[in-house]
Design a protein around this ligand. Structure first.
Ligand SMILES: [Zn+2]
Length: 225
């Protein structure tokens, strides 16, 4: 395998292989609605950390393959936001075409650095995204050094967050991590699959939650966008 295997062609191959093996594809919300089956369900999740221009080609792959994903987008981030001039229209187009939009947030980090309460930041981000999208889910963004990780606070306060902000799931809940095999990219030390490859899990028939970060995926090379 080359240094960085994450080409769009490879992404299509993974989807095609799962389809041939009898998998059905779901957004996170759909996966919960069908009872989080432990076998042959394939959940596609994108965490849009940075470089939104890298996401559109992956959505195009999914449209070509007639599958849909959940896209977790950032509202309060330094280098892009979901409401930006060129980002909002593409995300609204995606939602209209069957993709799910969710909140990708590092609200504890933001609140700590800026000097605000955690809940106030999370509520503001949720409200801003809900002004333009139907939002059911939230996925915590974890910076590379895990400073001010938001997930422990979210887990501790989930019942209140869920009730007050009108959310129905958070993406690191056991329904996703235990019912499906969690597959994502990571560094060990170079970029690759963190643990299992999707191909290996597909061969077992177990349900899969595939998390990808589009800024690591490319058509011809990693610097094209
Ligand atoms: Zn992230």
């Amino acid at each position: 395998m080359s240094n960085n295997p994450f080409s769009h062609a490879y992404y299509r191959q993974v989807i095609a292989r799962a389809k041939s093996a009898g998998y059905t594809f779901h957004t996170l919300k759909q996966f919960l609605e069908i009872g989080a089956p432990a076998e042959r369900a394939f959940v596609l999740r994108h965490d849009l950390d940075t470089k939104p221009g890298t996401l559109w080609p992956l959505l195009e792959c999914e449209r070509e393959m007639a599958v849909r994903s959940t896209i977790f987008v950032r509202v309060m981030a330094n280098d892009y936001n979901a409401l930006g001039y060129t980002v909002l229209p593409r995300l609204r187009e995606a939602e209209a075409g069957g993709f799910e939009i969710g909140l990708h947030t590092s609200f504890v980090e933001y609140a700590t650095i800026v000097g605000l309460e955690n809940m106030r930041v999370l509520a503001a981000e949720t409200a801003a995204l809900k002004a333009f999208f139907t939002v059911h889910g939230v996925a915590c963004h974890r910076d590379i050094n895990y400073a001010y990780n938001s997930l422990p606070w979210l887990e501790q306060n989930w019942s209140e967050v869920r009730r007050d902000l009108g959310l129905s799931y958070q993406a690191y809940a056991p329904e996703f991590l235990e019912r499906a095999v969690y597959v994502n990219e990571g560094f060990s030390p170079h970029l690759g699959w963190r643990n299992l490859k999707p191909e290996d899990v597909i061969d077992t028939g177990r349900s899969i939650c595939l998390l990808t970060h589009s800024h690591w995926w490319y058509r011809d090379h990693p610097f094209e966008v």
